[in-house]
Structures are given as C-alpha cells and as structure tokens.
Design a protein around this ligand. Structure first.
Ligand code: FE
Length: 340
C-alpha cells in the first residue's frame, strides 16, 4: 500500500489515462506517519471497499509535488499538519471546496475553513516546557513571559520561520497588533539561551539538560515523552514540566492536523467519503490518539494517559482559518528580529 514517491510517480504515469471516477480507489498524499494510521486506513477500506494508495512525505514536499503535477496529479486528498500550511495550499489553488453536512456538523467551525477547502481532524497545543530546578512556573506561564527580561538567557525555540512559530507569531499579531507582536518576538530572541536549532523535541531535551530553562513545543512531542518507556525519556520528563500558556487571558494557541480534497482529484466522491470517515467517532479516536492529539469532534472523548496527565485547558478562540492571513507578516517579523 505504502509506496515510495518514485514508485508512485511511475505508477501514476502508467495509470493516468485510465483514471476512472468510479473506481474504488483513493489516492492520499499524507504528511502523517504514525503506525495507528495504518489501522485507520484499513478500517476505511473494510467499511467502503475503497482501496487507499498512500504517498507519505513532508508537508513541503507534498505541496511542491502537487504544484508540479498540476491537473495531472493522481492525488485525491492532501493530509498535512499546521493551518499555515493548509492555508498555503489553499492560496495555491490546490483544494476544491467540499460541501458536507457530516463534516459541518461534526467539526466546529473554528477548526475548518468555512468555505470547505480543508478540515481539521485533530488539534494540538503550543505549550511551554520548563526545567523544574531552574525556573519557577509562575515566571513562564504566558507566551509574553518568554520575552520578559527576567527570563534572559533561558529560552530555547526552533526557528521562528517554522510554521508552528509563524502561526504563534500570527496569533500575537491578531491579539495585539503588529508592533506589539514584533516587540514580543524581539524579546524572545533577546532571551535565547542559544541560536535556534533542531525541532521541538530538541528544545525539550535542551531544557531537561539545563542548557535552557524554558522552551516552546507542541503538546504531542511532550506527550510522546510522557508515554515513553525509555529511561532517557523518563529522565527528561522527571526534570521538566509543561504549562498551557495564557490561561488567564487569551487561552493557549492550538493548531491542527487537517485535510482537503484536491481540485484535480480523480475520485472526488471517494475523497468526500474519506474526509467524512475521518470525522467519524472511530476514526477520530485513532487519528487523534495516534499522535497524542485531541479529536476535534466534541462528542468524541479519548482516553490517553499522557493527555489526561496534562489536563484540561482553555483554548485561544481565534479561528484556525484566520492564522493564514498573518503568515506573511509573521515571517517578516521573524526575519526583522532575526529569529532564524
Ligand atoms: Fe510536529
């Protein structure tokens, strides 16, 4: 089922003229790579008889590939992470809107594009992780505190140009305006313990090692460590703690894993069925739990020991679909303050 990019390209070249809208096939381009997704796709095939051909690659590679393939693309659905990237794909005109009562009834409007270009299926929070021996939780309870001079020399983050941080800078623009958002980003950079490098897990590790006192990370990276049986991971967890920022004000910044139907989808009916399947209670559980995220469907509850341990939190109510419009300005801010 899983094929390499090259293998699929070859298959597509051979099969392209024969695409029929009614063949029981769904071609999925996915940036997710979790074992539990395997069961998710098998269950869809069992329930519908539709076979899933899956290509896995990074978000950027998949979007680039779709741009190059144009209308000849075999892809029906693009499944990626982060609203800024979904918005980018939307701006490139890759998606065709899907009208579906099932999707509209199940997915709160704040987690999808109101026009139906893409839908969020799980959400994650951008949390603060701190070293318990180095930092008092009250000193790092907000995103704002990361720019406070009292935390000088303590902050670690990945590049400000990464979509996770661009979306966060974007919400700062939405809440406080460009000038204050830039002052905040500048303060974060001034407080850095080291130049940005690596991904979110690298920041968490640096916090545990005492290289920094506090870091930004997506919730699932911390949850993954919480669930790990590896002694090294247990040690990281023992030395650190997690905070949902801005609980007294805007609420914590969240983002999504989401998917949309492609404009050139050879099997649009199957694409819609697949998206609706992802909103079903069973799929919601697999999809969210598989990456230690929360399901978007309010009627679905998952039992995940790491997420249960992290507890409930107040979510920033900004619609996810509004993040994209701040991305360009957020990138300019990241460049101007040298958050590289
Ligand atoms: Fe990630």
């Amino acid at each position: 089922m899983k094929k390499s990019l090259a293998a699929l390209a070859a298959a597509a070249a051979l099969a392209a003229p024969a695409f029929a809208a009614d063949e029981p096939v769904l071609n999925l381009y996915s940036a997710r790579h979790y074992q539990t997704d395997e069961a998710l796709y098998n269950n869809f095939t069992k329930a519908t008889g539709i076979k899933i051909n899956r290509i896995e690659a990074g978000d950027e590679q998949l979007v680039e590939r779709l741009k190059n393939e144009g209308t000849a693309s075999p892809a029906d659905v693009l499944l990626i992470v982060d609203a800024a990237r979904l918005w980018q794909a939307q701006q490139l005109g890759l998606f065709a809107p899907v009208k579906s009562k099932v999707l509209e009834d199940t997915i709160p409007v704040k987690y999808r594009d109101p026009a139906g270009n893409w839908f969020g299926f799980s959400y994650r929070a951008r949390v603060i992780v701190y070293n318990k021996a180095m930092v008092k939780p009250g000193d790092v309870a907000t995103y704002e505190s990361l720019a406070d001079p009292k935390n000088k020399g303590k902050v670690c983050t990945r590049s400000g140009s990464h979509p996770y941080n661009l979306s966060l800078i974007g919400t700062q623009i939405a809440h406080q305006g460009e000038a204050k958002a830039e002052a905040w980003a500048k303060g974060v950079v001034a407080n850095m313990a080291r130049a940005p490098k690596g991904g979110d897990t690298d920041q968490i590790k640096a916090v545990a090692a005492g290289e920094c006192g506090v870091a930004l990370a997506n919730s699932y990276y911390y949850a993954r460590l919480l669930r790990s049986a590896q002694p090294a991971d247990k040690e990281i967890v023992a030395k650190t703690a997690v905070i949902f920022p801005d609980q007294a004000t805007y609420g914590t910044h969240v983002n999504i894993s989401g998917a949309g139907m492609l404009k050139s989808a050879p099997h649009p009916d199957n694409a819609r069925k697949f998206l609706e399947y992802l909103a079903s209670p069973e799929a919601q559980r697999y999809f969210a739990d598989g990456n230690n995220e929360w399901p978007v469907s309010v009627s679905v509850k998952i039992s995940n020991p790491a997420l249960d341990a992290m507890g409930e939190f107040k979510i920033d109510p900004l619609p996810i679909a509004s993040y994209g419009k701040y991305t360009a300005e957020a990138q300019k801010i990241a460049d101007r303050v040298n958050w590289r």
